[in-house]
Ligand binder design. Structure first.
Ligand code: SF4
Ligand code: SF4
Ligand code: FES
Length: 895
């Protein structure tokens, strides 16, 4: 039966409210407490409507539109009531001088629509604003207690910062135990700022009063989630960043970095001119001189020492187009495959494992599967800190009752919401995954039809697992056998399952094996290629996926085409018009070792600070210092740039056009919202300039033209990718032709390699064994407020949120060492030593400790060693044996 709203016929849809139905047909109903993306609160009653045949009124925001209902949204009675309700709400909130304004805040617009003014505006009264937080602001007098911030905080971020205190007119918003943002548990995602209709909760950018002249849709330049942002710009300044509400990736949500940490752009030490080393100092030169220098020195070194003496590291910080051009330059002009990217030191193990298991070294699934999953396993990924928008989505599913199993050596935030936390010893993933696989088989809950029809190696795996012992797994991992058994059976019973993993699996000497052992679980449960399930590796930096896709790998050309495959080479050579060497080049660790030996003499590094981010820092710095030529494209004189002979000033993500590819293989547009400062240039252009100076006939007028070439070089993955198809939510590869819609779930029709491969993998303990000399295991990782080596975030107000590094120690270990909370400790490994202040926390288990790698003051990577995964060459960041002692400084002394 048809319904009607204000006389307009409408078919009721299942679960649709009167408010949503009215919006669908363009009928506006005034609302106040109803926020975007949250459940209706139902408190303000401004959305009251009349229902034919009913004496009472109904709140449109939480009344389902039933078949046959006849709704009136406007009438003299409703108009009068709304005026009364709004006036009362304003009266109860005090005498704040709210003014109706059709272009103002949401409340001001509502006042204007409904026809309400505040009774006694006291515009001259002093404003009391809580500005205790580096980004957020709160003006209590402007709060009308609508609870929208509370709903946003609870239902989008899951942080539960807010509560309401008191009743009636005395109701007030409180921030947990404290009374200010600074004291609260706020993570500054800004969801409450978006939700607040009055501006009572605001932020530093909005409070500055600077209004945007234009809004540019782009992609966040921080992590691999790839949130879509609307960048408000004025002149050459970014004045605010909002989450794009219509974006599939983030649906309006952002984290503190993507929304607020953009001030680095205007830092006083931002590079604005090329720098060349002269007499031991970096001195400014013109771009012409810089390009000529780069071309001349690269050519000289190549001529004198051959292709093996030159190499390049493309950048996850830069665009696909820039990464593509740099690897092409070295492959075609210098005949070397010495090109690699920082995927080597994060998810190379994941790529290697998934390529072996499935035929494609990337996520098999999409972020949207988080909301479809029946059970989520998060292994070695601290998503709420490192991938906050995805972390919040996983948290919301757990809060909604979807079982979550967390596998992590630390009690990370998600563990607080998990049905089970398997707190294994660092580096023992293989032992644990084998034990879980054994339990799935023992309980008979494996997906036999899936294994029979789609996989190979299941019998060999079963035979191997039959030889494995649950008690041995308990001894290796430290997880009680009963906990392993229960988790294994739960995973088996729930299949298909969504497996989310991170660097805690890949940055290990058994990284590839860890991911393959996880993939065994995914195949036993029939999870790969199914909706709401599969393998979802969370990529670290914004474009680490794209960087590897573009050919930032010594063994693979663009689109993962093996260099030792003659037909792949021939296809690429046809487009490039130049031969490609058939032998794989050196990985990042191998290039650094070659540099240390004097075999690699020229290195071009695009936007990576390897002197801080790569393991065994002392050896990395020694290698950089030996180079005859180091070219660095950077925003600042980074630790790596200090060793450079040429520094090329780069455009930041907010200042250039191009594309990034996120962790779910989604290629999205990056658009310049503001120009780069001074003479800084987008990386792709600088690479092309040098290529042309070296005689290459490259004529790309813009990054779109580079993408057209990429599509021709790797048609199986990118053949249908063109800029005019990337508006909106972009395209997920594989996208082989112009009509292809992109691929949300890979391997749905069968594995790319034919059959999915299960493997029997014996657990090998890490070579970083603890003992009397180095009794603790150090894990390194990230915190929410900073990013990578902190180059950008440490030049923003985020520094106030996380000013320095902490050595997280379990209280039992710390007190046994005679270290009090806040004491300064010396940390030594077999490879180096540093100092940091101790923080007591039971989020690390006894016997383990934690440091970030964000701070050059701590430079945690002096501690990590040279061991690498033999299959992927990915370093062992997550397991380092260390000794912790009291530092030779006063107790509690801070840096
Ligand atoms: S701060 Fe804003 S969103 Fe929160 S209750 Fe007050 S008026 Fe509503
Ligand atoms: S989650 Fe990642 S991509 Fe999204 S806003 Fe935060 S840093 Fe940017
Ligand atoms: S908007 Fe419906 S009750 Fe407030």
């Amino acid at each position: 039966m048809t319904s009607s709203i204000d006389g307009r016929e409408i078919q009721a849809r299942d679960g649709e409210t009167v408010l949503d139905a009215a919006r669908r047909i363009g009928v506006a109903i005034p609302t106040l407490c109803r926020g975007e993306g949250t459940r209706p609160d139902g408190g303000c009653r401004l959305c009251l409507v009349e229902v034919e045949g009913e004496a009472g009124l109904r709140a449109a925001c939480h009344t389902a539109l039933a078949a046959g209902m006849r709704i009136a949204t406007r009438s003299p009675r409703l108009d009068a009531l709304r005026r009364e309700i709004l006036a009362l709400a304003l009266h109860e909130s005090g005498d704040y001088p709210f003014e109706p304004d059709p272009n103002g805040s949401e409340l001001a617009r509502r006042m204007s629509e409904v026809g309400v003014r505040t009774a006694t505006p006291t515009a001259d009264a002093p404003r009391v604003i809580d500005a205790s937080h580096p980004y957020l602001r709160f003006e209590r007098a402007a709060c009308i207690a609508c609870r929208r911030c509370l709903h946003a905080c609870d239902e989008i971020q899951g942080q539960f910062v807010y509560a309401m205190e008191g009743r009636g007119a005395a109701t007030r918003l409180v921030f947990g135990l404290g009374d200010s943002f600074a004291e609260s548990a706020c993570v500054a995602c800004g969801a409450c700022v978006d939700a607040c209709p009055t501006g009572a909760i605001s932020d530093r950018d909005r409070a500055s009063g600077e209004t945007a002249e234009r809004s540019v849709r782009s992609t966040c330049g921080y992590c691999g989630v790839g949130c879509q942002i609307d960048v408000g710009a004025r002149g050459d300044r970014v004045v605010r960043i909002d989450g794009a509400r219509d974006a599939a990736v983030n649906r309006g949500h952002l984290c503190v970095k993507g929304r607020y940490a953009h001030g680095y752009r205007e830092a006083a030490d931002r590079l604005t001119r090329p720098l060349v080393r002269e007499g031991g100092r970096l001195v400014p030169v013109s771009w012409d001189a810089a390009i000529a220098f780069a071309a001349r020195r690269l050519d000289e070194i190549h001529r004198r020492h051959g292709p093996a003496a030159v190499g390049a590291m493309t950048s996850s910080r830069s665009t696909n187009e820039a990464a593509y051009l740099l690897q092409k330059l070295f492959r075609t002009r210098f005949g070397t495959n010495n090109v690699d990217c920082c995927a080597r030191v994060c998810h190379a193990s994941t790529a290697e494992a998934l390529r072996t298991v499935t035929g494609t070294g990337a996520a098999t699934t999409s972020f949207a599967d988080i909301e479809r999953a029946r059970l989520i396993v998060v292994a070695g990924a601290n998503a709420t800190e490192a991938h906050p928008v995805i972390g919040a989505r996983i948290k919301q599913r757990a809060l909604a009752g979807v079982p979550l199993i967390v596998i992590d050596p630390r009690r990370i935030e998600l563990a607080d919401y998990a049905a089970a936390h398997l707190q294994l010893r660092p580096g023992t993933n293989v032992a644990l995954f084998n034990a879980l696989a054994r339990e799935i088989l023992e309980s008979g809950s494996e997906d036999r039809a899936y294994l029979r029809e789609r996989c190979e190696g299941a019998d060999e795996l079963a035979a191997f697992l039959a030889t494995q012992d649950l008690d041995a797994a308990e001894r290796a991992t430290g997880v009680a056998s009963a906990t392993i058994r229960a988790a294994g059976r739960r995973i088996g019973a729930a299949g298909p399952v969504l497996f989310v993993h991170g660097l805690g699996l890949s940055e290990l000497t058994q990284g590839t094996e860890s991911v393959m052992a996880l993939a065994n679980l995914a195949m036993l449960t029939g999870s790969i290629g199914r909706a709401g399930a599969g393998l979802l590796p969370l990529r670290g930096q914004n474009n680490v996926q794209g960087n590897a896709d573009m050919g930032g790998a010594p063994s693979h050309l663009t689109g993962y085409q093996p260099v030792d495959d003659a037909s792949a080479r021939a296809r690429v050579e046809r487009v490039w018009g130049a031969p490609v060497a058939a032998t794989p080049g050196a990985t990042i660790p191998e290039m650094l070792e070659a540099a240390a030996r004097g075999d690699l003499r020229a290195l071009w590094i695009q936007g990576e600070d390897v002197a801080q981010s790569d393991p065994n820092e002392t050896a990395v710095r020694a290698a950089l210092a030996r180079l005859d030529l180091l070219i660095v494209q950077e925003l600042f004189v980074s630790e790596t740039a200090r060793y450079a002979h040429l520094v090329l000033p780069a455009a930041a993500a907010l200042e250039q056009d191009g594309t990034f590819t996120n962790a779910e293989r989604r290629i999205q547009r990056v658009r310049a919202a503001v120009p780069p400062p001074g003479e800084a240039r987008p990386d792709w252009r600088a690479v092309q300039d040098v290529a042309r100076a070296l005689g290459c006939d490259w004529r790309h007028g813009d990054p779109a033209s580079v993408m057209d070439e990429i599509a021709r070089v790797a048609p199986r993955l990118f053949g249908g990718v063109r800029y005019d198809r990337l508006d909106g939510d972009g395209l997920q590869w594989p996208c082989p032709d112009a009509m292809h819609p992109g691929t949300a779930t890979v391997h749905a029709e069968g594995f790319v390699r034919g059959r999915g491969r299960l493997s029997a993998i014996a657990y090998r303990p890490s070579p970083e064994a603890t003992g009397a000399e180095f009794p603790l295991t150090l894990v390194t990782g990230r915190v929410l407020d900073h990013y990578n080596v902190g180059t950008m975030t440490r030049r923003t107000p985020s520094v106030a949120l996380a000013p320095a590094d902490w050595l997280d120690l379990h209280p039992s270990d710390a007190s046994g060492l005679g270290l009090a909370d806040g004491d300064r400790a010396a940390v030594a490994s077999r490879w180096g030593s540093t100092e940091a202040r101790v923080r007591y926390t039971d989020r690390v288990a006894p016997g383990t400790c934690f440091l970030t790698f964000h701070f050059p003051e701590t430079h945690a990577n002096v501690l990590t060693g040279p061991q690498r995964d033999p299959q992927s060459d990915c370093p062992e960041y997550k397991v380092t044996a260390v000794r912790v002692t009291r530092a030779q400084h006063a107790q509690g002394e801070s840096r």
